[in-house]
Each structure stands twice: as structure tokens, then as C-alpha cells.
Design a protein around this ligand. Sequence first.
Ligand SMILES: [Zn+2]
Length: 951
Amino acid sequence: MNKKIIIILPIIFSSLAFAENLKSPTSYSKDLYKEIILSGNYDKKIDHPDKFLDFNYGDRVASPSQIHDAINTYKNQSDKLKVVTYGYSHEGRPLHALFISSPENLNNLEDFEDKLSRLSDPRVTNNRQAKEIIESLPAVAWMSYSIHGNETSGSDAALGLIYHLIADNSPKTLNMLKNMVIIIDPIMNPDGRARFVKSLEQYRGTAPNYDDQSLIHTGDWPYGRTNHYYFDLNRDWFYLTQPETQGRVALINKWRPQILVDAHEMGAQDTFMTGPAREPINKNMDKDLLKWGNVFAQDQGSEFDKRNWRFYTGEWHEDLYPGYSFYVNFRGTLGILYEQSRMAEDGVRRPEGTIQSYKESVHHQFVSSLVNLNTLLKNTKEMYKDFWDGRKLNISKDSKWANQSFVILPTKNKSRLNTLAKKLQSQDIEIYINSEEIDVVNVLKQTGDIKNQYTIPKGSMIIPNRQPEAPLIAAILEFDAEIDNDVLTKEREETLKDGSSIMYDTTAFNFTMMYGLEAVTVPENLSKNLLLWEPSSINLEVIDDAIMWAVDGENDASVSFAARLMEQGIQLRIVDKEIELSNKMLSRGSVIVIAMDNPKISNLTSLIKNTAQDLNISVASLFTGFGPEELPDWGGRHFRLLNKPQIAILSHDGFSSYDVGVSWWSLDHHLGIRHSQINTSMIGYADLRRYNTLIMPSGYRNLNQNEISVLKDWIKQGGTLIANNASTRMLISDNSISNIRNIADSFENSHEYNVKLQREFLANNVVIDKKYINDNKVHFDLSYPWEESETRVDSDTLKKRDNWQSLFMPSGAFVAGRVDTEHWLTFGTIDTLPLLYSDFPVLMAKSNENAVIRIGELSKNNSQATYTTINWSDIPPGNDLKVRMSGLVWPEASTRIANSAYLTRERYGKGQIILFSGEPNFRGSSLGTNRVWLNAVVYGTGLGTSPRITP
Ligand SMILES: [Zn+2]
């Protein structure tokens, strides 16, 4: 009796409270859709999903913890399920893959895995063995859901699918489990989903909301799509920067499933999209898979027809970029994309007046999954045969990849090279090092030049393209992804008509350009004098009675070394020129700890050693400060004192969450030092004296005049402001802070910008005729570079041309960065740095501003006898200018951005402003430009502002 009262009381209480405060709705969204999703012959011993939810299955969005509760229960209730935890998200949520099959199959998983591995390498397996393996293998499917956290219906469908497969005792399901191993990855991005579920809770009212513009549907900044650091996990499949992707890819690659379903959502007013992509499709993709894609889409389409559900295939779905889940297509797995219109969470009213409910969207994903599994069951043996044929082709001398090798030239930047090796090895790519020089007939350079009679230096990293993962190797290492003429025609048509694009993502992405590593492609299968590549060992001999210790500045880890030691109160210096001390050559940008600078630090050498060990970087112990001949000595001006950065990142509404996230991640991932993210609305009244370095990621929030004047004062007093892309655009507008101008505002003064450019060109190419200079006469034949060109363009024409050319800006392509090799911002970069470029502000520098990286590589053209004019700028005789390196860059765009700056640095009072035209940390993977950004963040306050001396 008592018990009953205890149970009833809270209900009475809550309904009373409810009645008093809020009106109940006139209708419920759960009544919109009457179909039943889960309708099997279910085993009563397995808990229905409703048990784990505070609503009926499919009515609302299940939270990650509700789904995890179900998984933890099911693994005890069923012997048809094995749970593998392949990682943890940044916020500590487990990442599960559920292996579902018959209990007998689950006992043989190791055997299947071994067979799949043998079937994928024809160097260890012959045709007869392959046939036996194919006969004995079950079908293997990888079903993954909701990689974008706010695209929720997939994970809800996954919960139902898990239950259905382990609880349904119908012969159909039992037969499926007997012949298949189904691997379900139910919540690919639990942190993003948790963020979105929280906002659903926060914005939920009493009445259902069907307006897709309302906050309950959209969520708020930084939204639920991305993971903890605001990374789009569906762009990370070969860059592998996030724990979710790293763990997932390791397991997928071990299993080589036959299909990989990746269930998403798209715009609320859309329907359902699946099936194979339309052009552009990456040319390295297996043609058989395109064929199979159609087979699966056809079955799925018929099922949708039967149920009166609308859908489409192709349209906006292209597949040029290999960093989607579709990376599996290059490894022989068929990737299948679902895009369900987004209904979370009550449903959405559509133009025809109907309301599509959330439950229906879950049902679409659920049915699609089952249909795809059945199609695989029917075709598994044929697909295995095609897979085997594909693998044989990959290692044969007849494939289009057979006579091609990728070579990464030797570098002292060991940490970047090791990172690359790790990513390649995660994809089972075999990499080598050459023990001797190799002479080859010719090579293709990153700038597109062919160089004949080339010698590959000893110690290069070599990746022959004739190996089992050949298609993926080509997709991620070839300098240019081929795009058909038809696609270019269509793209140009769209651009001209209304400025739209048929390209869905970046058109350039290859690893070596992203990483800023010098590489060549050799049209040969290199196979002689190769050893398996291994990371080189480091030297950690930190000798106590040395007078200085140094780490080499070409290695990216040197920046982290500096940042981490400064945080521990150690005074550091950096050399802005190459040095040689104690017979050791150290690059420009090397970080030096001098014992004399740190008299009070008693454990100096152990701090140095531990930090270097953590970062896997060699330390040189130096015993003399004397550099031979012209080389710098330790008391001179080239040993520059660093200053500890105190960093804040401006964040929140109006900023690109991607660029905020990746800046934050880069500080945490590369440096691991303290910093603050501050809400930009605080700029006007926050105490900015706490920081000496402010990072302004790309954003569209225009600062008001008060905020700008606060920032100006702060910079004048010695602050370093670093801005990217859209924030740079704001800072170079009139009334703002910087003297840099966007190109559209530069035409009246185009002469001054050209003069600045000519000074740089001439300074890099000084030839002295001593007799001429010293003959004491006034010379009448002086030359003025701007008078040398015959084709001056007036400002009106420049303006008209610029308007036209701006229509053709790239959407993610590599252009050549011409690097000022003496500037401290370019420590650790190569001379021609690939820049991932898009519709960025086109930066113009004159007078005293430094144009640290400009666009275009000068290349010799001896038939070019005079100056040539490109819009506002001139190129010296004997040269061409190369802009495009990879991806789609229309000639109009090349002309527009030629010689403009990608990176500028200007003094402002005692401080400085550093502007990036683009987003240097793109996807956490553009390590070439990320290094420049890290130089700005860690070294900027020491090297670019007036030193602060405490009296
Ligand atoms: Zn998505």
C-alpha cells in the first residue's frame, strides 16, 4: 500500500505542477506517424529499446548515454552480439563497434579477419586459395550512423537495428546472421550528439514544433555537427587527426567490410538521397564498385517505392575528395551514403502542408539498412570475386598505377615526416627509404615542371604505387586529381550563370602539399635499394656542463619545445640565421637554451631532456658560442630573446566554428600550453592586459568602433593580433586597424603596391657593377622597374577586370606561396609553400608592411626579354609566374591573386598585426601553413613587438 502511494505521488505532483504552470498541447507529434518500426518475432528476454528511453522508440532523439545503456544491457542478454570499444571521444565517451552474427560466427571472428587479410594481398594468396576463402567467408557489412551529431535519425535507427537483429527469431533474420557479420557503429560522433541533445532539451516547449527555423531544430553555436574541437569527422578519413576517426579507421581497415553504410541527414525540406555519386568522381575509384552501387540503390529504391517514400540518387552527391567515409572505395569496400531530410525532433512542416515526423525519418534509415543488408546477402560472393580481381590488378604491372612512385625528399623536419608516415601506415601503405641515390629519367615536381635526369637523394621516403593499396595511394598522394572536361564545362557554365558551383568540397587535398613537404612523382616503379622506412632515432644527450643546448628549427617540434619550456619559466633564444656551433649546423629558427640566461633554474638540463623526450626531438649540447667565419656568435643580434606568449582566442557567435575549433585544437594538440577562449562580446570591457597574443579565427562578426579602439590600444601597447580569412577581411576594411588593403580598395594606389613588389624582386637579385657605381659620374641611364613594362593598366580597367576575375575564385585549391626566406614567420617552411586557397581576401601590402608570403613562384623563362604586366604588378624579365599547383584554379583567378600577399605582418605602435588571407590550420592537416601560424603564435610576441622591461 505504502509503496503504491510512493509511486503515485510524484505523478500527481508533476501533473499538478504542469497544469498550474503550462498548458498542455492541443496535439502530440508522436501521433503523426502510425507505422511500427520494430515488428519482428522478438525474443522476450531481450529488452525492447523503449526500456532505455523516456519516450517511445523513434518518437524523439535518444541520447548517447541511453544508447550506451542499451548496448551494455544487450551484450549481457544476447550471444549474437560482441562489443568492441575502438576508442574514446575527446570528451571521454566510448566509441563502440557491435559485431552481430550467429553465436558460431562470433566464435570465429579471428579466423574471418585472417582470411580477409589474406584475400586482400595477392602476393601471399593464389587464385585457388582465394576461391576457398571466398567460399568460406560470411558477408561482412559495416553500418555506421550519425557522424554529424545533429543528424540524429541514424543513431536512433541503429538502436532499433541492433535490437531487431539480436531479438528477432524469424527465419529471415536468423539466416542473415548465419551468413553475415554485421558490424554496427551506432554513434560515430557521441560528443556532437550530446551537444545537440542538450540543446533539444533546452529549447523543448509543451507543444510540438514543426518550424525548421526554430532553435529546437537548429541548435546554437557551435552546433552539433562537429566533434569536441568542432572538426567535421566526415572530412577526416585519411588525414586522421581525431580519435574518433583514428580508432574507427584502424578497425575498418582490419576488417575490410564489403559495404560501409554512412547514414547522414540533410536539409529539412529535402527527401532522401542514396546511391552512387555523380561526376566528379575520383578517377582512382574501382569501377566495379560504381556498378555495385547501382545494384544496392535499385533495391533500396524499389523498397521506398513500395512504401510511397520519395527519394533520389546522384544530384549534389559527388566524390572527388577522398576524405569522406568513401575513402573505403579506394580500398575495395563499397561506400553507401544515406542522406535523410532532418526532422529532429518533432517533425517538420513542408511546403505542401504535410508534416513529416521524426519517427518516419528513423524508419527510412532503418528500412534502408535492412534492404542494403539483404542486397549484400544476395551478392556477397560476386562482390568478393570482384574484390579479389581488384586486389590482383593493384599489384600487377598492367594497372594504371604500376609505373609510378611518390618520393618525399629528405628533410630535417622529422616530426612532420613521422606524422605523414603514421597516417600512411594506418592505411596499410608500405613506405620505404633509399639507401643509395637513385638516378631516374625524369620527375614531376609539385609546381608541375618536369625535371629530366634527376637524382633522388639518399634517405628519401619512397612509396611505389604498385602495391595492394594502390588506388588509395594515388588518391591521396598524386599532385592533381583528374577532373573531366565535361565537369569543367559544367562548372564554368554554373559559375558564369549565377556564381554557383558543382564542386562539393576542396578540389585539392594531396598529403605532401597539405603537409608542406617537398615531393616529386617518378614515372617508374622504384624497387631497388629500398629498405622499409623507419623513424630515425633521436639524440637526447643533454650534457650538464655545456653552455647552451639547442633543437633544430626546421623540426616542427621545436616550436612546441619552445612553448612548453617558456611556460615553465625558462628564458629562450632563437636564431634567425643558420648557425654552426661546436661543429653542429643548426637551421634558421633553432631554439637555444643558454645556461647564463637561466641562473635560477636548478633542474635546467632535466627539464630540457624531458621536454625533448616528450616531443621526440634531438637536442644538441653546445660548448662554444663562437661561430666560424661569417656565421653568428652567441652574443650577437641573431640570438634573439623570446617572450612567453599569453594567448587568448576570440570565439563564439559570428566566428567560423571550424576555424575556432582547429585553432584551439592546434594549441592543445601541438603545444599543450595554457590559453583562454574568450567570448568576443567581452572585447569592449575585458581586461586584455592578461594577454600578449590575441588570435582572431575567421569570422563574420564586425567589431564595433568601441571594440576596435580597445583593440588598437592593446596592440599599440605591445600586443600581437593574429587574424584569418574573414576576420582579416574585416580588419583591412576602411576605419579598421590594418594598413593592408583588400585588392578592390587598392586600385587608386596600384603604383605603390607595385613599387613595393619591385623592391622585393630587385633585392633578391642584386648584381653589382663596381666600376659603373664608382666612376663618379651622374648616370643618365638609370632604370625604373615600373617604367620598363609597356602595358600599364589604369585604375578603371583594373577595377572592371577585378570584378570579372572575382567570379572565378577557387573553392579549395593549392597555389604556390613565394616565401620570404629571411622572415622569422617562415622558420621551418620550404621556399615554395603550397597554400590551400579559396575565396579569401586578396591582400595588398605597400610601404613598411611585410608581405611574408606572396602568391606565385617565379620560374625561369629565358625567352621573356622584358617586364610583363599582370594586372597591377610586373614580373622581371626572364621569368614566368606560376600560381596553380593543384585543383581547379581558373586562369582568371590566377591572374587576380598573382603577387598578392597570403601572409602579412605590420608594426602597430609597440605591437604588431599578422594577417592570414586564408585559414592556415585547415582541418588540422595543412601542416605547411600551420607551422607559420604556430611561429606567429609562439614567437610573435618575442620577435615582432618591442620587448617589455620591468623597471
Ligand atoms: Zn552529414
